[in-house]
Design a protein around this ligand. Structure first.
Ligand code: SF4
Length: 372
């Protein structure tokens, strides 16, 4: 079957028709992986894909479909709750309709979580020059899922809710990828045997909101909680991130649905939006994040040497090492105090245990080096 070219698609019926044609195209019958962040664009894609599947006769629903979401474990609390609840609803409804759909929430490896690296190993709070988090918290967990599916099935097709209208950077990034001839698929830039399909690439932001406001999701309920979430968070989103070049919004001021700990942005806007509408339980989290920014470059909290014992001098300037063990202990204690005040888990017990093991190893290594 010949793919319906994306440039002739201009209505939602056309998009559904294009999705059905792609789904039924046996020349590329690899599983679909819908990258679902819970934000407006991926919700629209999930909505349209789900409707397309329901409309197909059961005998034609042969292609396996996965909804994959990522939880950095430091997500903005209301956003991650919304994402998890919606994914659960999608999977529940898919089971009722007997659709070939399953789903997973990927998370970073325990050794690579935000707290393990910041408090355990003393990585300085991330900033624009040292954004060590995006790859470990977002790109690697989802990429691993995609690579596993591609290895099991020969290849995999990622359905992304990205749009040119999001920003000039996004438009340039989308336009830099060339479709395979006579197809709507683009080879993924860094994941071998993974292809990308962007069914809503030409829609405007108004198109997306208009559709979500006037159509209930096929998995039941309404999109009202999503619309409310955006209104309270004052807009913006942090989509599923699959590579650095697809993540222009991650940790920038245009991204307001990122990690609540994000010290790459100047001010956390999503939590502030929630506080402004009366959700004051998030105020201690905002203060903690601001404090992480403040202490980042204080020399008394940073080791002279790096974790491997070397001292870095660049262009005659000393580059400080990680947070000192004392600073890491102070950060953990303050985080645990915030967690008590907040009343819900911000750091897991496994992370706390691993962090203490890393501190012990660091102390032993420092002692051994000094006495060698
Ligand atoms: S939102 Fe901020 S802290 Fe989270 S991964 Fe992106 S840059 Fe890092």
């Amino acid at each position: 079957m010949t793919a319906i070219p994306i440039h002739v698609v201009d209505t939602f019926d056309d998009i559904r028709e294009m999705l059905a044609a792609e789904y039924l195209d046996e020349s590329q019958s690899y599983p679909w992986i819908v990258a679902f962040s819970g934000g407006k664009d991926s919700t629209l894609v999930a909505h349209l894909v789900f409707e397309t599947l329901i409309d197909l006769p059961p005998s034609l629903r042969k292609r396996q479909l996965f909804f994959v979401s990522n939880d950095t474990l430091v997500e903005s609390p209301l956003v991650v709750a919304h994402m998890r609840q919606t994914l659960e609803k999608i999977l529940h409804a898919a089971a009722i309709y007997k659709l070939p759909v399953s789903g997973q929430v990927t998370t970073p490896d325990l050794k690579e979580t935000f707290w393990t690296l910041l408090i355990g190993k003393g990585y300085p709070s991330p900033n624009r020059n040292m954004r060590w988090c995006t790859d470990r918290l977002k790109i690697q967990p989802t990429s691993k899922f995609i690579l596993d599916k591609a290895a099991e099935n020969g290849a995999a097709i990622i359905i992304l809710g990205v749009r040119k209208d999001e920003s000039a950077t996004r438009k340039a990034s989308i336009e830099s990828h060339q479709n395979i001839s006579n197809s709507n698929l683009t080879p993924h830039g860094s994941l071998p045997n993974a292809f990308v399909f962007r069914p809503i690439v030409d829609l405007s932001t108004d198109d997306v909101w208009e559709f979500l406001a006037s159509n209930n999701p096929p998995w039941g309920g309404t999109h009202d909680s999503l619309i409310k979430l955006y209104r309270e968070a004052a807009g913006g989103e942090c989509p599923i991130v699959l590579s650095q070049d697809e993540a222009p919004g991650c940790g920038t001021n245009s991204s307001r649905f990122g990690c609540w700990t994000c010290t790459v942005v100047n001010k956390d806007k999503s939590l502030q939006g929630f506080v402004d509408v009366g959700k004051t339980e998030f105020q201690p989290l905002i203060e903690f994040r601001d404090w992480l920014v403040e202490i980042r470059n204080l020399p008394e909290y940073r080791q002279v040497e790096r974790r491997n014992g070397t001292v870095t001098i660049k262009q005659g300037k000393h580059i400080p090492g990680p947070f000192t063990i004392e600073a890491r202990q102070m950060i953990l204690q303050r985080l645990l105090d915030v967690q008590t005040a907040y009343g819900s888990e911000l750091i897991s017990q496994e992370e706390v245990e691993l962090i203490k093991q890393i501190w012990a190893q660091d102390l032993i290594q420092t002692y051994t080096r000094k006495n060698a």
